[in-house]
Every structure is written in C-alpha cells, then in structure tokens.
Design a protein around this ligand. Structure first.
Ligand SMILES: C[S@@+](CC[C@H](N)C(=O)[O-])C[C@H]1O[C@@H](n2cnc3c(N)ncnc32)[C@H](O)[C@@H]1O
Length: 285
C-alpha cells in the first residue's frame, strides 16, 4: 500500500529549519561523505533536505520497496545530476537492501522505522551495508504526541472531540502493531536496538521539526489525521469504531474549513509539531 499521497507531499520539505539541518550535518561531520543511502525514501523529501549539505559528486541511493514511489522519484535524477550528484534508485526491502556489504558511508531514513515490522532486522541491514567508520542517521517521530497538539481552534472544541483524536492515534498505532506492519510506539527504544546490532557512539537528539502553516500551502496534513483507507483500517483493528470514525471525520471537515477561513485572513496561522528524534550511530569495527 502506498503511503497516502496527501501525507507524502512537499510540505515535508518545510519540516525543519535549514540552519538546524546545517548544524546537525556539521556536528555529525557528514558533509564529506561519498556514498549515501536513503532507505524508505518515498518521494526523496529527506534526501532533498539533506543534499544541499553533502559534497557534490557523491552518489545517493534512493531505496524504497514500493515501485510506485521509485517511479515518482525518476524526475529527481535530472535535478540531482544538475547539482552534481549521482542519484540511483533501487526498489528494495529495507531488511534486504540490494547493495553489497560495506559499500555505503551513511545510511539514513526518515519515518521508515515506525512502519517496519522488525526494526532490528532493518538496523542489522543498515549495519551490513555500512563501511567501517560509516554512520547511521534515523529521523523518526513519536506521532502519538502530535494528537495532543491542539490547533488554534482547540479551546472551542468539546473535550470528547479532543480525546477522540488521542484515541484515534492510539488505535492506529495499536492496529499497525497488531497487524505486524510497524511499531509506532516506542521509537524511544531505537538507541537500544542500535546498540544490540553493533552500532557504537550512539546519540539521540530531538529535532526542530515544526511546520508553519502558510497561506500559499493550504495543507493541514500535520494538524489532521490521515483519512486514507489504509490508515482507517489500522484504527479499526486497534479498536476505533465506525461511529467514532464518522464523528472524527465530521469534526475534521468542520475544523479544516474554519482553519482555511482563518488562514485566508492571516498568512501565518500556527505551527504544528511532531516529537521527532534524530538517532545517530557509527560502525566502528
Ligand atoms: C512515511 S514514508 C517516508 C518517506 C520519506 N522517507 C520521507 O521522509 O519523506 C515511508 C516510506 O517507507 C517505505 N517503506 C515502508 N516499509 C518499507 C520496507 N520494509 N522496505 C522499504 N521501504 C519501506 C514506504 O514505501 C514509504 O515510501
């Protein structure tokens, strides 16, 4: 199943302030790498955020298991080429990457580990393709937190609607877990999992992932729940009822309209956030 396109859109390019990314690249000494793999690359948004800080002439592998995303990344080849990068696209499972052992300087991913069944298998695979001295950088959110971030209409909403949003996020995460299609709880355990597969010098950071809602991009995806059928099905499996789905959809429709009206009057409305970690490790042996 392709991740909902509404949620894999270019607003992802605005998730971080560029000076924060620049700082992280400098802190982690990632600017002179030659071979980079972005696993679960989707539409390459994460790579597009990082690339300005990589050395020109490096090779970047965009890896995803969905042929649909790989196809949609094709036009980026030319864009990257014009900036001096060699972009190669590979259709591959994250736990069986079609790259040789010790062939990559940096393995990175964003919002991938919350979607995989067995994070340890994926981290082991990252370790395998990294050369000695290489680094792993995983940007992963705890999305449960964002259900508590209430938009500017928050004070107007009945308590049971607010709680319904929290219940929806929990039901979605539980459904995904029950179906063995990801564990979006407990991303906080990733450093421990990295340690177990052999990474060293492990660090965890909170990123400055925020998104200003702007008039030129009427996108409320970060503030609202994803209504795609796949996501609703996870919530159903996690115990969310049809009646609750309809209530949440009605409430969301109403809020979207009110936020849209507000945004037309004022260019910046508010931010939204997800508690987003950056986990880093090194392969030293
Ligand atoms: C939420 S999207 C993130 C896309 C991109 N990293 C970004 O931040 O914009 C998750 C991506 O991981 C891919 N994916 C999920 N499970 C995967 C797996 N086991 N192996 C490879 N790719 C996977 C999906 O197809 C999707 O493109």
């Amino acid at each position: 199943m392709l991740h909902s396109e509404e949620y894999l859109n270019d607003s992802r390019l605005d998730w971080y302030n560029s000076d924060f990314i620049e700082l992280m690249i400098r802190r982690l000494n990632l600017s002179s790498l030659k071979v980079i793999a972005d696993v679960g690359c989707g539409m390459l948004h994460w790579t597009r955020i990082l690339a300005p800080y990589f050395s020109a002439s490096c090779t970047i592998f965009g890896i995803d298991r969905e042929p649909g995303w790989i196809k949609r990344c094709e036009p980026q080849r030319e864009v990257f080429k014009n900036r001096g990068f060699d972009l190669q696209l590979i259709e591959s499972e994250a736990d069986a990457i079609k790259l040789p052992d010790a062939s990559v300087d940096l393995v990175t991913c964003q919002t991938l580990l919350i979607h995989v069944e067995d994070r340890t298998r994926v981290l082991k695979e990252f370790y395998r393709i990294l050369r000695q001295g290489g680094a792993v950088l995983c940007s992963e959110p705890n999305n449960l937190v964002k259900s508590l971030v209430i938009d500017s209409l928050g004070a107007d909403q009945p308590m049971d609607h607010l709680l319904l949003r929290v219940k929806f996020e929990l039901a979605y995460a539980m459904g995904k877990n029950i179906k063995k299609e990801g564990n979006s709880f407990a991303v906080e355990a990733i450093p421990q999992e990295m340690l177990r597969v052999g990474f060293e010098d492990i660090r965890a950071y909170l990123s400055d992932r925020v998104e200003l809602k702007k008039r030129d991009r009427m996108d409320f995806s970060g503030l609202h729940f994803d209504e795609s059928e796949g996501v609703l099905n996870y919530a159903r499996v996690g115990g969310f009822s049809e009646t609750e789905i309809i209530r949440l959809q009605d409430e969301q429709r109403d809020r979207t309209q009110r936020l849209r009206d507000l945004l037309l009057k004022e260019s910046f409305l508010e931010t939204n956030c997800a508690m987003n970690y950056l986990f880093v490790g090194r392969k030293t042996k």
